[in-house]
Design a protein around this ligand. Structure first.
Ligand code: DAH
Length: 343
């Protein structure tokens, strides 16, 4: 056998082996290819080696050398393929496929909760009307939540079933919960806290959470938000109240909104009204309001002969729901970002 023929066979084997190794899809396929080419008994390299005996005597050294080189190349190709296959099964070929020209993964920024957005907007509107913002505690005593607001002991609003009274160590020892701590049921508490500390004139709003043991449904939730307003001065009248509420509704709803008052009753205002606003061709209840009851002014040490004032209390969720067409208050508190991200 001529040396040329032998070398041609070596070339053929090395080319076929390299192709087979790089085509092998997984380690099983690679092992099959290894046996085909490098198999000790029936491998293709082995059968070429067996033909070396037919090569002319003088050509034998060259043939042996070429054979060893070829064997080295095929073994190296196999090892490289084996490493690639091990790498891909442990997942780090990803780094080989990194494409710096692709756009990066963008982070999604959260949005401000619709109720917080509403609160900020209401503060802004009332701030422009000269009302400053004050905060009050969510855990209250019954002086601020009831007594000073002219709500008598036997009033149904004080019923334990209507409030979240707190079982403090002191209250547990006494039969009638004389400490009377509770989660505030209304933001009117802040009227008392402000007047106790400040001399008139007063022009404040307070926004925050209130709590009532209501079963959650489309319009009720055991926790919700109110905006409370209070204005005290020497000559405040119901006309001022109406103007402020009308400007407020007009600014928030973005139209020239009419206001109407219906007679009502609240222990802490006299007279008391329910305020409605006219929007989208219907009257919509806004909240409660009235002229601060003289008993309340006296409870905080003001002279009802010298000062008068108005107060109002509105539901924040209700305003937000109207404006955005939300029909179920529970949506605000499910924390489903698909809902919240719309605002
Ligand atoms: N606190 C009342 C409530 O929660 C709302 C309210 C009515 C507040 C009349 C007021 C007011 O300041 O004057 O139902």
């Amino acid at each position: 056998m001529a040396l040329q023929g032998f070398l041609a066979q070596l070339d053929e084997v090395v080319t076929a082996a390299e192709a087979a190794f790089s085509d092998a899809a997984d380690s099983d396929a690679l092992e099959t290819a290894r046996v085909t080419f490098l198999g000790a008994k029936k491998g293709r390299l082995k059968s070429v080696q067996q033909q070396m005996g037919d090569v002319e005597r003088d050509d034998k050294p060259a043939a042996g050398k070429a054979f060893n080189q070829t064997k080295g190349r095929i073994e190296a190709a196999f090892e490289a393929a084996q490493q690639r296959s091990a790498g891909s099964s442990s997942g780090d070929t990803d780094s080989n496929q990194f494409d710096p020209s692709l756009p990066g993964t963008s982070f999604r920024l959260g949005t401000i909760h619709p109720i917080t957005q509403t609160i900020e907007e209401l503060k802004e509107i009332m701030g422009r009307l000269g009302f400053s913002i004050v905060d009050g505690p969510e855990i209250e005593d019954d002086w601020h939540n009831f007594v000073a607001l002219n709500i008598p002991d036997d009033h149904p609003a004080r019923d334990p079933l209507e409030n979240f009274y707190l079982a403090t160590a002191d209250s547990m020892q006494e039969e009638k919960n004389p400490v009377g701590l509770l989660l505030r049921s209304q933001t009117s508490t802040v009227q008392i806290r402000v007047m106790e500390k400040t001399a008139p004139p007063i022009r404040i709003i307070s926004l925050g959470r209130v709590y009532r043991p209501d079963t959650a449904d489309a319009t009720h939730y055991p926790m919700f938000h109110q905006i409370e307003g209070l204005m005290i001065d020497t000559n405040v009248t119901m006309a001022d109240l109406k103007s402020v509420l009308r400007l407020f509704a007009t600014s928030y709803l973005g139209d020239d909104v009419s206001i109407r008052f219906r007679p009502s009753f609240f222990p802490f205002t006299e007279p008391s009204v329910e305020a409605d606003y006219y929007w989208n061709n219907q009257w919509i209840e806004f909240g409660g309001a009235g002229m601060v009851d003289p008993n309340v002014l006296e409870a905080v040490g003001y002279d009802p002969e010298e000062v008068t004032g108005f107060a109002f209390g509105l539901g924040v969720e209700r305003l937000c729901m109207r404006r955005h067409g939300v029909t179920d208050i529970r949506e605000f508190y499910k924390n489903d970002v698909r809902f919240l991200a719309q605002f």
